[in-house]
Structure formats: C-alpha cells, structure tokens
Design a protein. Structure first.
Lengths: 352, 421
C-alpha cells in the first residue's frame, strides 16, 4: 500500500478547521462562490463535518461538500433514508453543520415541501428570522428513481422552492447493492446477478433528469464531483431559481461498482468522457445546454472515449469484457451513442 | 367554584352559532387555530375538510400555506417537515389514507413533533367501503399519537382546538388526532357554538411555541427545530445503544398527556361553559350501575338515550364514553367501574383472532379492579351499519339475562350486534 501524506490545509489563524454553520437571526450576507482553492480552503468549511462513516472512496460526501460550497446562506438540508443518512447521523453524533432532517425513505421531497411551506407561512406572518432560508434535499437513486419518485414529482408539480440533489450510485447500496431504476443495463447487482442465462440487469437506466425536464421546472442539471466547478455552479443556480430545481449527480460507489477506492473520481471522469453520463443543464428559457467536458467533447468528437473505458475499471461490468459478451458491449455503445446524439440535437450550444 | 356558579368567559350569548357538519366544524376550528401549514389529500368522508379549508385560503381568510399534496403519505411527511420547522401543522384523512400514512405517523410521534390530524373514521378495505367504523383508528393505536374521539359536531370543533393545545404542551410534545365518525358526524349538520377568533388565538397562546432542548455543543438551550441560528439534526439513526432510551420518554410524555387533557378540558369549560367528562372519559349514570356499556364516538349518543329509557324503568344501567383512546384512561375505568357487575364494551372494529381493541384495553384495566365485573365484547356497526336504539335495547336485554345467570362462557364473550345470519 502506498502511504500518501495529506496536503496541509491553510486555515485562518484562530479559526478551527471545521465548524458548525451559524447564521445569527437577521444576518444578511450572501456567501460568494469561490473557485480559487486557496481562498476556498481559507474561507469556507463544508457542511458535512469529518467523523462520518461513509466508506472510503465513496463519492457521495464529495457531492455534499462541494454542493455546500455553493450554499448562499441559511439552509435546511433534508436527506432521504440511505447511505448518506445512516452514516452521517449515528446518534448521538451528527456530521451536519447546518439544520438537517431525515424523515423516511420515500418522502424527502414531501418533507422538503412542508419545510418550504412553513418558511413561507412564517415569512408571511413576520416570524421568519431571515430574509430567506434555502431548502436542499440529498437523496440516493432508490429514494429518487423508485420509492421516492411520486413525492418528487408532486413537489415539482406544486412548484416548491426546493433544490433536490440526487446522488446516484446506481443501486441500493445501503442495503447491499440491489438493482434500482438507476442501475445501468448489464450491471451486476445482488438482485440482478450475472447468471448462466441472464447477464446482469436486463433494463436500461431510467432517464430521470429528462423526466424532471418534462416537469418544466425552472432548472435541471447533471453533474459529477469529478467536474467540481461545474457542480458548484449548478448547485448555486439551482438554489437561486425561484421554484423547484433538480440536479442529477453521478456518484461512484467503490463497494457496489467494484472498483479501487482510490479511483472514484477517475471513474466519474470516464463516465463523462465516454458520454455515458453527459453534463448538461436545462431551463425553460435556455433549453438543453451542454456544460464543461461534455461541451468540449461536442466540439471535438475525437475526444469521445469508447464505453469500454468506463466499463473496464469496474467489477460490476467484468463479465462484459469476456469475448462471448462482445455483442452486449456493442449494444451498450449503441445505446450511449443514441442518447448522446439525441442530446446533441437538443442542446442549443452543440455545434451544428 | 361549583358548576352552577361558574360564568364562562364567553357565555353562549358571546359565542356565534353556526350550522355546520362535522367536517366543516373541524375546518373552521383549524382556521381559527392559527395553523401555518395544512397539507392534505382528498378522501371520503374527510374531503369536506380539505374543500372547506381551501375556500378559506382562496378567500384570504387565513395566512395558512395549503399544500395540496399528491398522497396521504406526503401529507403527513409535509406536516413532519413543517412541524420540524417550528410551524403549526394540520392534516386530515380517513381509512385507506390513514393506512398509507401509518409509516410517517410513527415518525411524527418518534420525532416528538406536535401537530393535529383529523381522522374521519371509515372502514378499511376490503371490501372497499366509505362508511364509518373504527378499524382505521385501531390501525394507528400504537403509533404514539394522542387519540381523542368526539361524540358530536360541537365536540369535534371543541376538540380540534383543544388538540393543538394538548399536543404543544411542553410536557407532552406529541402529535394528536381528533376522531369523528364518517358521515354520522362528518356529513351531519348541527348548530354549534363557536368562539371569536381572538378567543381561540389567546387560548392557544398565539402561534406555536417551540420546545427547547439541550445539546452538548451549545451552551444554552436551543429550539427543537430546523433553526439556522442553532443547527440540530432531527431524525438521526439510533441503534440498540440509544433507541430504547429515546422511546421510553415517549411513553412517559403520553402519561403526562392524561393530566394535560384534563386541564385543557377544565380550561375550555371556564372559557366556553362546555366540558366533556374529565376530558378522558365521559360517564353517564355509572355510579350505581350494575351494567355499564362502554362506547366511543357518535354511538355514545344512541346508547345514552337508551340508557335513560331503561333508567326510567328502574334498570341500573350506565354508559361510559371513552373520549381519550390514547392515552387510555385505565385509572378512571378502574375507579368508575368498581361497583359494576357487568361491563359490555362496544367495539366498532375487529381484530380477527382477537377481541376488539377497545375490549382488550378495558380488560387490561379491569384485571386490576377489585370487583372484577363480567366482561363482554359487542362488535357492531362495521362498514357503517347503523346502530339503532332497538339494537341497543336488545343488547341490554341480553346483558340483563347474562347478569341474572352470573357468568358468560368464553365462546360467548365476542358477540356481533346487528349482523345477519
């Protein structure tokens, strides 16, 4: 094992490296977005404190920490039942530096709706201590694609001012890697095992972000923590819009995807490079817009990597690399190409 | 002060009489209770509450945020979110809607969030049915909610306002449900007396007050709410090392709720001139009764009228109406039934393989009474079947025979009233 030394984080003198986020009543200050790493290290602390028990190599805490760098002020976080929830709030401890609530698995969006309604009612009656309080949801793919979808769709239809961030690790990882509506085709999971007859999950991933676009809410985007500035910008946009916003963040799970814990960010980079998970944003005004690496690939198609680059580093696709499964890989490539070309047609900033 | 001397702060002439059904009475009570968030979903026979309340909102008669959620599960979830934010929250449902809510009912009480739920009791499917029985209420009996049953529309109005006060009491901090019988009360017009808005506002002490808690990372006590000034985590994972210690205080608070329900009942009496027994139980001629009938909800009115008739004939029969199903008034039952010889429990719901839920609770009380009356369970009114005075008479006549005989065999202890075949 290679022992690496951790980088020295420069922090202001007298300031603890980690602290609880406190907004005194009436505080009127919008936190600026910071993209300079030194400044970020000096001036900002993530909302997720160390000591949580997420697995080494899990991308979900990276998603949360990056997202929290985009929070603009008083914020309430809602989390659906899942890895993130159980591993960060084991009583009597909590890793959350701001007000946080967990209700159940399928109702994070409904809980957030109630919080947002309460904030509105308090504001109306002069009882809200701040100009506004933002509500952000973090939920996994199970709590979003499957069991929580109804509540999410309802929240979007009713137009609650909530940012819903899906951290998609493409299976029920908290219960031990079972297939979900977010699991890609031919991926191995414990409920879509690779058998003698069936080669992993038989169905494609549900296009959740496009489904949210179909709700015509003010803002929808995809992101990964490998493209961190893109993610941070999108989270801020999602918070700033008036009404529901949805961000689909791909989040690698080394336990479930069966990869080295040190390459989590690299795997996500490959997901974008192969156009398996393109980066884009959508609003009713702009339509689809490619962002970050995906825009670069659209402009220079030779940069697009074959799907094998994404599959080969993950044990959940190991069976696809066998010679007899070449046809399956071809199918996956065709699917990725079709969805990517479809996106290129829709994205107004893609070269024609 | 004796009852005759008492002049309520708002005597009848200072109250406004309105003609409403049970659903409308509850919607009106909620409007007066300075509720911040109402999240609800339509279901018969509760729907009028949602409709009526939407009208109040549409006409700008209240500041309440009405969230027309896409299911009852989300209704209760939104109420949890709202209550955790420090708001006063309300929802209403029936039957299948309540069944869908059950998961979150346990969470609301486990997180110690005060709120009020109106349950317009309706039979559970299958067969699907829209009429009244208490099977839905029995479904939530262990959910950790205070459960209050109203007998008439006036009581539905009164209890709804009281429920907010009980639920938010610093010693209680538990959600409360107000139960009315579907159609029998929800769709039946009654003239009721209502307080002026400001009287209700004062009775509840204005907007909801947030309870304080102590956490180790703040020096001072902080709001038990999602407060950016003093952040807390609500809804943590607690395993075998803490879960038990978190659940037991819930039981103790429920015990304290008994006293609070009584206090609020007295306070309401001083304000309006109306009270319902001691708040937990509402006895009628039980002191010297040989036979006591125990019932909940609107049926108590029918039973009371028959009891009166039998009393005129010299038959020593009485009625004990249970108003608070949770917390269950074990102490009152033991005291009130100490002289009785036979107790008949009327259950508007069944538990296949077991007696009705109310019977079980009464049996648990009476095990500790010295007199140990004969106990029998009458299951009646399932799926909205009417309870006629004749049926009650038939029941009392049978009970008189049982009393003469002096015993009831085990196989006769569960009886069905008003069923064919």
């Amino acid at each position: 094992m290679v022992v690496k030394t951790l980088p020295e984080i420069q922090v202001k003198k007298g300031e603890p490296p980690y602290k609880i986020w406190i907004f005194e009543p009436g505080e009127k200050k919008e936190l600026p977005l910071i993209f300079n790493l030194r400044q970020l290290a000096e001036q900002r602390r993530p909302a997720l404190l160390p000591g949580h028990r997420m697995c080494a190599g899990c991308a979900a805490p990276i998603v949360v920490k990056l997202a929290s760098f985009a929070f603009r002020g008083p914020t309430i976080v809602v989390t659906a039942t899942g890895c993130l929830e159980v591993s960060t709030t084991i009583y009597p401890y909590t890793s959350w530096a701001l007000p946080w609530i967990h209700n159940a698995f399928e109702n994070a969006a409904a809980t957030a709706s109630g919080i947002e309604a309460a904030i509105k009612a308090m504001k109306k009656t002069g009882r809200l201590k701040y100009e506004n309080v933002d509500v952000v949801v973090f939920a996994g793919d199970g709590g979003t694609y499957d069991i929580g979808f109804q509540a999410l769709s309802g929240m979007a239809e009713r137009g609650h001012d909530v940012l819903y961030i899906l951290y998609d690790n493409e299976a029920y990882m908290n219960t031990g890697i079972q297939r979900s509506g977010g699991t890609p085709k031919y991926a191995w999971t414990t409920t879509s095992p690779v058998g003698r007859v069936i080669p992993g999950k038989s169905e494609n991933k549900k296009p959740i972000a496009d489904i949210m676009v179909a709700h015509r809410i003010p803002y929808v985007a995809t992101a990964t923590p490998a493209h961190w500035m893109d993610l941070v910008k999108k989270v801020r946009k999602g918070i700033e819009v008036n009404g529901p916003a949805f961000i689909h963040a791909l989040s690698s799970c080394d336990r479930g995807w069966r990869h080295e814990e040190s390459i989590s960010v690299e795997v996500l980079r490959r997901a974008v490079d192969t156009c398996y998970f393109p980066l884009w944003e959508w609003s009713p005004e702009t339509g689809y817009l490619l962002t970050d690496r995906s825009l670069v690939i659209a402009r220079n198609p030779s940069l697009k990597q074959p799907i094998e680059k994404f599959l080969e580093v993950q044990g959940r696709f190991r069976h696809l690399l066998r010679p007899e499964n070449k046809e399956l890989v071809k199918q996956l490539q065709e699917y990725v190409d079709a969805t990517w070309n479809d996106l290129l047609k829709r994205a107004s900033n893609a070269p024609r | 002060m004796s009852e005759l001397e008492l002049v309520p702060k708002y005597p009848r002439e200072k109250q406004t009489m309105i003609n409403v059904n049970g659903d409308e009475a509850i919607a009106y009570a909620v409007k007066q209770s300075y509720v911040d968030v109402v999240a609800a979903y339509p279901i018969t026979p509760q729907t009028i509450i949602v409709e009526k309340f939407s009208e109040f909102v549409a006409n700008g008669e209240t500041h309440t945020e009405f969230v027309a959620v896409e299911s009852e599960h989300s209704a209760m979830s939104a109420c949890v979110g709202a209550a955790a934010s420090g708001a006063r929250a309300f929802t209403a449902t029936s039957s299948q809607g309540l069944a869908l809510m059950v998961e979150v009912l346990y969470i609301a009480s486990g997180l110690r969030l005060p709120m009020v739920l109106a349950v317009v009791n309706r039979a559970l499917s299958a067969p699907i049915n829209i009429h009244n029985d208490h099977s839905d209420a029995y479904l939530m009996r262990d959910a950790g909610w205070i459960m209050l049953f109203a007998e008439n529309v006036q009581e539905a109005y009164d209890t709804t306002i009281q429920a907010f006060k009980i639920s938010e009491h610093p010693d209680v901090q538990l959600p409360a449900s107000v139960h009315i019988d579907g159609f029998f009360l929800s769709h039946t017009l009654e003239n009721i007396y209502t307080l002026p808005d400001e009287a209700v506002y004062d009775f509840l002490g204005g907007p909801r007050k947030i309870a304080k808690v102590r956490v180790d990372y703040f020096d001072e006590e902080v709001n038990y709410a999602l407060d950016p000034a003093r952040p807390l985590s609500i809804g943590n994972l607690a395993l075998y090392d803490y879960y038990f210690e978190i659940k037991v205080p819930q039981v103790l608070s429920m015990r304290k709720a008994e006293e609070v329900i009584k206090e609020v009942n007295e306070e309401w009496y001083k304000l309006t001139g109306r009270k319902y027994g001691n708040g937990l139980v509402d006895p009628f001629m039980v002191e010297d009764a040989d036979i006591v009938i125990i019932a909940m909800g609107s049926s108590a009115g029918t039973v009371r009228s028959v009891v009166k008739k039998y009393r005129e004939k010299g038959v020593k029969v009485g009625l004990l109406r249970i108003r608070s199903f949770r917390p269950f008034p074990h102490k009152d039952i033991v005291e009130l039934l100490s002289g009785s010889k036979l107790v008949a429990v009327m259950d508007k719901g069944i538990g296949p393989g077991q007696y009705g839920a109310l019977y079980l609770d009464v049996a648990a009380s009476l095990y500790h009474s010295k007199s140990k009356p004969i106990l029998v369970d009458y299951v009646y009114g399932l799926g909205g079947r009417d309870l006629s005075p004749e049926m009650v008479e038939q029941m009392i006549n049978n009970l008189l025979k049982d009393l003469e005989k002096g015993y009831i065999l085990e196989e006769e202890r569960l009886r069905f009233l008003g069923v064919r075949g």
